[in-house]
Write a protein that binds this ligand. Structure first.
Ligand code: MOS
Length: 735
């Protein structure tokens, strides 16, 4: 078929759902108006390890309006079947809520109060008296007690230890990154309702089909008995990919009370009711020759996990394995079981943390060698993916460096640390690279063209903020030859065609490929209907020469010969045309497909006060085809802000005596605010990557957080001569 004219794709459109969002009409999980809904509040454990010896619910139950208090003493036994579709810890098992008296972490849900009003439920929850047989918890990764050992993940090529010993230049350093929480604006929330043995959940989720399958497994009911509805998600960052215990609790509470139940986690409960980016430590050895060619990389990684699940993210090892050419690599990734809840994915999962260590070490090595950090990276550009021997599809990191250096003014930099001042401020610049793998996942989308010339496209995906509604509408509009106003994209219902997790930069690439397939098929169907219809001006035309634009089908080289979808459908007595689009990636891949980026930043440091102020940041990205430039910018700037938070502000602090999070609110867990973000810019290299998928998209959402933290600490070193290896950077570390 003739390629379609492109009008919507590549246009800097504002969000099609923007008006709904700014007028409060976008319905987030807790905002669905469900008749007869009652309210649930979770009671959390105040010890981190031990056994519940008693739960006194008398005072709570005596409150007028309290319907029930549910705990392990009276909760139903739940099936907790295995869920093979889960992408969460394959080792260990999820927390079984209210099934026994064991406490595994501080904040573990141990009871739920259901009442007719939220205030009653909150007050009654405060009246539930719990006694414990508590034991001293082990919550400090640096000083773990004897808990189950999980199997480490190892990777090796060559003989890295030997090569490191004999390297001309050697680096042996330790980097640490504190625990981070996602802190989305919208708290996690669920409304659960049973209709007989059928469960409906209005849920905050990044994976509608995943939540459906998981809740079916927990309750031991068929998948078809669970419906999940999630049209809007107010930020996720990976924290809503899996279903956390409160979703099960809402469903249990609804079943036990016979009422629809709404459960919203409090801001505080977001620090233990859902996962987080774990604490990491990297002991990194880097060896090179005098010209800066890497000869060895040794990386011992340690991370925290819970006693009941081993959360691992293999992306941690990717920076060491394939960012740079290195003949000898040995990496070991060990998780330490602690009396904490299970960590989970967070933006740029694995890669954003693993690359902090590698990108910092590259900067340290560049300084040792007296080589420009960009030049050092260029000297170690691999010819192929050395972790698997595959050729790269598109790897335009060199162009990212060149464009970035030019736009940022890198050449004006005096490489000597502590060489530039602006009044009391020491000025420094730094850069780092980012690489994030492309994830392949099957997806489907339904496409319906109505007799009035409008189209409806549906898929069960989410929109946690990247603008899925808009970008998929853009893609569909061009593929169907409609203006974007005549296309509606709907998402967020498990009755819609199945989709991958809305994470890992998968949505545009994989769901988009299904949308493209469906729209192409539908357009083809309409064209065939026309060329075979004796009453159509297109009768007898070669279908391959027909395109559609503005809802009108016409011969590409003879635009006068054509007709509208409306006329075609009306004449043929068709109320609509409908197809199911699908995308099934090939099992094996001929290329190593990644998104790339280079980040440049300038910081000012007041060394007397230990203050770090980011002054400007530039990211240059090779992400394949950009469908929606304005939304791409939202992604890129948001990713930079996430990285700035990680480097300068964000840190979940635990009291190691009892496992309590001491800064479980947005006043004490610091995230960047507008004043922290003066000047950000993103540039995208033009191009498509068809090894990634049919639409040439590689994905943006994750790679944009990569390199940001390292670029900042590298800039702080350049400003001050002080190398910070422990994130976030605190004032005292610079004094
Ligand atoms: Mo992203 S951590 O996959 O939401």
């Amino acid at each position: 078929m003739s390629p379609q004219p492109q009008a919507a794709v590549g246009a800097p459109l504002s969000r099609v759902d923007g008006r709904l969002k700014v007028t409060g009409k976008a319905t987030y999980a807790a905002e669905h108006d469900i008749k007869g809904v009652v309210h649930a509040v979770v009671v959390d454990s105040t010890v981190a390890r031990g056994r519940i010896t008693g739960i006194d619910t008398r005072a709570a139950l005596a409150q007028p309006g309290v319907l029930k208090v549910i705990s392990h003493l009276n909760a139903p036994k739940l099936a907790y079947r295995d869920n093979p579709a889960s992408i969460d810890p394959l080792e260990g098992d999820r927390l079984h809520v209210f099934q026994d008296d064991q406490v595994h972490f501080h904040g573990q849900p141990i009871a739920v109060v259901v009442a007719t009003t939220l205030e009653t439920a909150q007050h009654a929850a405060s009246l539930v008296k719990v006694s414990y047989d508590a034991q001293p918890p082990s919550t400090d990764m640096a000083d773990p007690a004897d808990r189950p050992d999980w199997k480490p993940i190892t990777y090796a090529r060559g003989d890295a230890d030997k090569a490191l010993d004999s390297a001309a230049v050697r680096l042996d350093v330790t980097y640490r990154m504190g625990r981070n929480h996602h802190n989305p604006m919208e708290p996690h929330a669920t409304i659960a309702r049973w209709d007989g043995d059928k469960l409906t959940l209005w849920d905050k989720t990044q994976w509608v089909p995943g939540t459906q399958v998981e809740l079916a497994a927990v309750f031991g009911i068929p998948q078809e008995s669970v419906r999940v509805i999630s049209p809007f998600v107010g930020g996720g960052f990976g924290g809503a990919i899996r279903s956390w215990p409160h979703v099960t609790i809402a469903a249990v509470a609804a079943r036990e009370t016979g009422r629809p139940v709404k459960l919203v986690l409090s801001r505080k409960q977001l620090y233990f009711g859902v996962g987080y980016r774990p604490t990491y430590e990297f002991r990194l050895g880097l060896g090179s020759d005098r010209r800066g060619r890497l000869t060895a990389m040794v990386n011992d990684v340690t991370a925290e996990t819970s006693t009941y699940e081993n959360f691992v993210e293999e992306g941690i090892l990717a920076p060491g394995n394939m960012f740079y050419s290195t003949p000898n690599v040995r990496q070991e990734y060990r998780t330490v079981s602690l009396d904490v809840n299970t960590p989970c994915w967070m933006r740029g999962p694995g890669y954003a943390t693993g690359s902090f260590a590698v990108e910092s070490a590259m900067d340290e090595l560049a300084h040792e060698l007296g080589i420009d950090p960009i030049e050092l990276r260029r000297r170690n550009e691999p010819a192929e993916d050395e972790s698997n021997g595959l050729p790269f599809s598109t790897r335009r990191l060199r162009e990212c460096y060149t464009t970035g250096a030019r736009e940022f003014g890198w050449h004006r930099r005096n490489p000597k640390p502590r060489s530039t001042r602006d009044g009391d401020w020491l000025i420094g610049t730094g850069m780092a690279a980012g690489v994030y793998h492309h994830l392949y996942w099957a997806a489907q989308a339904s496409v319906r063209l109505n007799a009035d010339g409008t189209a409806l496209v549906e898929a069960a995906t989410s929109d946690m903020g990247p603008g899925t509604y808009t970008s998929q509408s853009q893609l569909a509009a061009d593929a169907l030859g409609l203006t974007i106003r005549n296309v509606t994209f709907r998402l967020g219902d498990s009755r819609m065609p199945v989709t991958p997790p809305h994470g890992g930069s998968m949505t545009m690439a994989n769901v988009g490929s299904a949308v493209q397939d469906g729209c192409d098929k539908l357009r083809k169907q309409a064209i065939e209907l026309a060329v075979e219809d004796e009453d159509s001006p297109l009768y007898g035309a070669d279908a391959d020469t027909v395109v559609v634009r503005g809802g009108r089908l016409y011969v590409k080289d003879n635009p006068a010969r054509g007709e509208t979808y409306q006329r075609l459908l009306a004449r043929n007595n068709r109320t609509h045309l409908e197809v199911l689009g699908s995308y099934t990636p090939e099992e094996s891949h001929r290329a190593s497909v990644h998104s790339y980026g280079a980040v440049f930043t300038e910081v000012a440091v007041d060394a007397r006060l230990g203050l770090v102020r980011m002054r400007r940041m530039l990211g240059v990205y090779d992400v394949g085809r950009v469908i929606s430039p304005k939304l791409a910018d939202s992604q890129a700037l948001g990713g930079m802000v996430g990285g700035i938070g990680q480097a300068l502000l964000e840190h979940t602090v635990m009291d190691q005596r009892d496992g309590r999070i001491v800064n479980a609110d947005l006043a004490n867990y610091l995230v960047p605010v507008n004043a922290d973000i003066p000047d950000l810019k993103a540039i995208y290299l033009d191009g498509e990557d068809h090894e990634a998928d049919p639409i040439g998209v590689k994905g943006i959402g994750e790679v944009v957080q990569l390199g940001v933290a390292a670029a900042l600490t590298n800039a702080v070193f350049h400003a001050t001569g002080r190398r910070i290896r422990d994130l976030p950077i605190t004032a005292e570390a610079l004094l």
